[in-house]
Design a protein around this ligand. Structure first.
Ligand SMILES: Cc1ncc(COP(=O)(O)O)c(C=O)c1O
Length: 371
C-alpha cells in the first residue's frame, strides 16, 4: 500500500479503472504560489476557525462564475462526496427511498446506503433518466406508503457513461421536481471538463433554485487532494447545513484550503489551469477512442462506457484484460446491487498519457478479440 495515496499501482498493468487525474496535470507549483499568497493576504484569519457556510472570498468567486448559485445559495464542502452525505443527512431519513440513475456513480450508491436509504433505480434509456417514467414510479412508490425525497443523478459528462442528459429531459425533470416535491440531487462534478464548447445548462440553473440541489467539486478541475467542493441549494437548505452540529463545533469545512482556492481562482490561475487540462484530457480521450473500434467520443468528463463483444460478461472480460496487461471497472459496479450492466465496461482516460492509453487500447482489443 502507498502510504500517501488511495491509488494502487500494479506492475505490468496499464489501468483504465481509476477515475483519478494524471499526476503530471496537477497544478503543484501554481497551488504552492496561491497558498503563499493566501497566507500573506489572510494572515491569521486563514488559520482560525472559518465561517459556517465557507469563506466569503471563495463564495463570492464561485457566485461570479457562469452557471453559478448566488452567495446565499452556496455552502462550501470537503468535496462532492461529503456534499452528498450532507444533503442526504438534511433531506432524508433512514428507511426512505432514494431514486438513482442507472448506471450511476458507484460510490454515490455507497454514500446513500450509509444513510440507511433504500436505493431504487430510476427508469431510463441510453440518454439517461426518463422523466415521465420517473413520475409514474414516484407516484407508485408514494401510493404504497414510501417516502421518496430525492433523485440522485450525474446529468453532465456522467460517471460512468460520459453522456449528458438531453436539454428537454432536463427541463422536464426540473418541472417534475417542482410538481412532485422531489429534490433532484444534481452531481455536477464533471461540468468544467468540457471538450466541445460549453457544457449543457445545469438542472440547478434551469430550476432557478427550486427543487434542485447541486453538488460541485474542485476534485477534477483542480485536484482531489484539496477535498474541496460546494453545494448550491435554496437558502433554507444552506441554513440547515450551516446549523449542523459538526459545523457549529468545527467551523466552516476546510477553511484554509478554501481560502487558497479563492486566491487560485481570483488570480486567473484556475482559468489557465482549466484551459490546459481541457486540452490534455481531450487528447487523452482521443488516444483511447482512436485505439478502440467503434467507440463514440464523449464531449466531456473522463470516461468511456463500452459494450463488451458478443455479450461477454464484463467480469470474464476483466480477467482476460488483466492477463493482457490492462484493467477497467465492470459495468455491474454502477448498478444497485450489481443488477445490470454486465455487458458494459467503464474505461477511464484520465490517469494515463496518450501513448499508454493507445497501448492499453491495443491490449484491451486483444483481450476482447481473444487474439
Ligand atoms: C460523479 C462523481 N461524484 C463525486 C465524485 C467524488 O468527488 P469528490 O472528490 O469531490 O468528493 C466523483 C469522483 O470520482 C464522481 O465521479
Amino acid at each position: 500500500m502507498d502510504r500517501l495515496l488511495q491509488f494502487v499501482h500494479r506492475d505490468g498493468i496499464l489501468d483504465l479503472g481509476w477515475g483519478h487525474p494524471r499526476p503530471e496535470l496537477l497544478p503543484v507549483e501554481a497551488w504552492a504560489e496561491a497558498g503563499a499568497a493566501a497566507a500573506r493576504e489572510f494572515g491569521w484569519r486563514g488559520l482560525a476557525y472559518g465561517r459556517d457556510v465557507g469563506p466569503g472570498p471563495l463564495i463570492d468567486w464561485l457566485a461570479g462564475r457562469e452557471d453559478a448559485g448566488a452567495a446565499a445559495e452556496t455552502f462550501v464542502t470537503a468535496g462532492a462526496s461529503q456534499g452528498l452525505a450532507l444533503v442526504a443527512e438534511v433531506l432524508t431519513e433512514p428507511g426512505d427511498v432514494a431514486l438513482v440513475e442507472a448506471p450511476t456513480y458507484h460510490l454515490a450508491l455507497r454514500v446513500l446506503a450509509d444513510r440507511g436509504l433504500e436505493l431504487v433505480p430510476a427508469p431510463g434509456d441510453d440518454d439517461g433518466v426518463l422523466p415521465d417514467a420517473v413520475a409514474g414510479q414516484l407516484r407508485e412508490l408514494r401510493a404504497s406508503g414510501r417516502r421518496v425525497p430525492v433523485l440522485y443523478l450525474v446529468p453532465t459528462f456522467a460517471n460512468p457513461t460520459g453522456r449528458s442528459l438531453p436539454e428537454q429531459r432536463r427541463r422536464a425533470l426540473v418541472e417534475l421536481a417542482r410538481r412532485e416535491s422531489l429534490t433532484v440531487v444534481e452531481d455536477d462534478t464533471y461540468r468544467e471538463l468540457s471538450y466541445a464548447g460549453a457544457a449543457p445548462p445545469s438542472l440547478w440553473r434551469l430550476a432557478e433554485g427550486a427543487g434542485v440541489v447541486r453538488l460541485g467539486s474542485f476534485a477534477k478541475a483542480v485536484a482531489p487532494g484539496l477535498r474541496l467542493g460546494w453545494i448550491n441549494a435554496a437558502p433554507a437548505i444552506v441554513g440547515r447545513l450551516a446549523d449542523l452540529g459538526f459545523v457549529d463545533s468545527g467551523g466552516g469545512v476546510n477553511h484554509s484550503v478554501a481560502l487558497t482556492m479563492a486566491v487560485f481562482g481570483a488570480s486567473g490561475a484556475y482559468d489557465r489551469h482549466l484551459a490546459m487540462i481541457r486540452e490534455r484530457y481531450a487528447a487523452q480521450r482521443d488516444a483511447l477512442v482512436e485505439g478502440l473500434s467503434r467507440v463514440a467520443a464523449p464531449d466531456g468528463g473522463w470516461f468511456l462506457w463500452v459494450p463488451t463483444p458478443d455479450g461477454v460478461h464484463a467480469d470474464d472480460l476483466l480477467a482476460a484484460a488483466e492477463r493482457h496487461g490492462t484493467s477497467f471497472v465492470p459495468g455491474s459496479r454502477f448498478h444497485v446491487g450489481g443488477r445490470g450492466g454486465a455487458g458494459y465496461v467503464r474505461l477511464s482516460f484520465s490517469h494515463l498519457p496518450p501513448p499508454d492509453l493507445a497501448e492499453a487500447a491495443r491490449r484491451l482489443t486483444r483481450a476482447m478479440t481473444g487474439s
